[in-house]
Write a protein that binds this ligand. Structure first.
Ligand SMILES: O=P(O)(O)O[C@H]1O[C@H](CO)[C@@H](O)[C@H]1O
Ligand SMILES: O=c1cc[nH]c(=O)[nH]1
Length: 236
């Protein structure tokens, strides 16, 4: 057991999917894994372990934002020796060439979170994805015929921005693909523990064009994202 996860040693696979929403963890376990068993309900942050194409895979909700995912990522790697972590989340697109429902593979993450300024007081650390996972996810997305974009994302501490804030415009001008709230922390912690990490994101809304997804569209694009993530997680 760790502070926020009630699993016994050995109950969590060394490969894990990490949705922000704990109900998405339950949905993935029930619809994509075989013989899934729940190992965590602490704080309603569900975790399950099952099989995907004969391989053991877990799925754990992380909550929203850098502090919340940092708790789960730390405990999964420190107490349960998880080695490969794939975030499956939603993001808001910045670039006009990206459409809602597209997939974004986060190669790198900028952030306005202060955690790395505390960790590295004299430099700007560059949190990056594991290349091998990124390559496998890209290949899986292309093979499925999914519209996929690879590049940098912005991990923001704020879902709602103040009036007059020009962050979106500046990051868009510098080629950032999309905004979400966890990837920079996940990549940094994976580097600390010598683990592999990747964020596979579905575009749920567009911050520049205003385009949005319906709940039915979200469901089917989630399926593409989860399929791509599971293929990347389990490919030899
Ligand atoms: O869909 P999830 O994984 O929760 O990710 C995105 O959605 C939440 C905001 O609505 C933030 O956690 C953001 O990163
Ligand atoms: O963090 C997020 C996720 C989806 N859409 C946004 O605008 N922000």
């Amino acid at each position: 057991m760790s502070v926020h996860i009630s699993a016994n040693a050995g109950e969590i696979a060394d490969t894990i999917l990490l949705p922000g929403d704990p109900l998405r963890a339950k949905f993935i376990a029930e619809n994509f894994l075989e013989n899934a068993k729940c190992y965590n309900e602490v704080r309603g942050m569900y975790g399950f372990t099952g099989q995907y194409r004969g391989k053991r895979v877990s799925v754990q909700g992380t909550g929203m934002g850098v502090p919340s995912i940092s708790i789960y990522a730390n405990e999964l790697m420190q107490s349960y020796e998880v080695k490969s972590l794939i975030r499956v989340g939603t993001c808001g697109a910045y670039q006009p060439s990206i459409r809602v429902r597209d997939l974004v593979l986060a190669m790198a993450a900028s952030t306005d979170s202060a955690v790395n300024r505390v960790r590295f007081p004299h430099l700007d650390y560059a949190p990056t994805a594991d290349f091998n996972l990124l390559q496998k996810a890209f290949q899986a997305a292309v093979a499925k015929g999914v519209s996929v974009h690879v590049g940098s994302v912005f991990t923001s501490d704020s879902f709602y921005r103040e009036e007059g804030d020009t962050t979106v415009e500046r990051l868009t001008a510098y080629g950032t693909l999309a905004v979400e709230m966890e990837t920079a922390a996940l990549y940094t912690l994976a580097a600390k523990y010598g683990a592999k990490a990747l964020s596979v994101l579905t575009v749920s809304d567009h911050l520049v064009t205003g385009e949005e997804t319906s709940s039915e569209e979200r469901q089917s694009s989630f399926a593409d994202m989860i399929d791509v993530a599971l293929q990347a997680a389990t490919a030899e």
